[in-house]
Write a protein that binds this ligand. Structure first.
Ligand code: SF4
Length: 209
């Protein structure tokens, strides 16, 4: 089960699905712990802390640790910018975190930063990806496939492979929040053919290597 523990975020994606104001009131730690108790009681074995940006909550290690103590599998969905801080990542690992999903929109800093609307964000997210790859956590990246980045998908996948990212995911636009108004959607004409042709193209490269 995904738990949106905050609506705050340190990025400002033009396609953000977050439908509430950034300062929308958040539940305190004690309330989230009651929710975790209840979820465990009714048989939910696995929670993913998301947002907004879940790493902006100072009590994230506490919440991860509480869920872990109950016996749950725990993960976070994050933009990765705070995971470049190894001490912070270690605090989550020590609390019992099992897996991390980090969103990287492109191998190209200018495309990524145009999409997340924050200068300097790419380098921070890459630092986070490298730290997580070097840890014992299960990890994957996620890329929102839009017309901004779809034509460079092959280069982005190669880049992630060079970083030794074990698993990648692609998702479409989520039609909520700013996503409802977003125009450069990946449509069949503009984006899908290069993506759909990728597997056969890569197979040809591999078999002729
Ligand atoms: S899509 Fe995620 S990373 Fe981007 S602004 Fe929204 S909450 Fe933040």
């Amino acid at each position: 089960m995904d738990l949106a523990i905050t609506y705050r975020c340190n990025l400002n994606c033009a396609h953000c699905y977050n439908g509430r104001e950034r300062n929308y009131p958040e539940l305190p730690t004690s309330e989230w712990k009651k929710i975790l108790d209840r979820l465990w009681q009714i048989g939910i074995p696995h929670v993913v802390f998301t947002g907004g940006e879940p790493t902006l909550r100072d009590d994230l290690p506490d919440l991860v640790g509480y869920a872990d103590q109950l016996g749950m599998v725990t993960g976070i969905n994050t933009n990765g910018t705070r995971l470049g801080n190894r001490n912070f990542l270690d605090s989550l690992i020590q609390a019992g975190l099992d897996h991390v999903q980090i969103t990287l929109e492109s191998h190209d800093p200018s495309i990524h930063e145009a999409m997340v609307q924050r200068q300097g964000a790419w380098q921070k997210t890459i630092a986070g990806i490298k730290n997580v790859v070097d840890s014992k956590l299960y990890m994957m990246t996620n890329t929102t496939l839009l017309s901004n980045n779809a034509n460079q998908l092959e280069e982005t996948l190669d880049f992630l492979s060079e970083l030794k990212v074990p698993t990648v995911g692609l998702n479409a636009l989520i039609y909520s929040g700013k996503g409802n108004l977003y125009k450069p959607v990946c449509g069949r004409k503009s984006c899908l053919p290069p993506c759909l042709n990728l597997p056969s193209k890569r197979q040809i490269k591999t078999s002729s290597a």
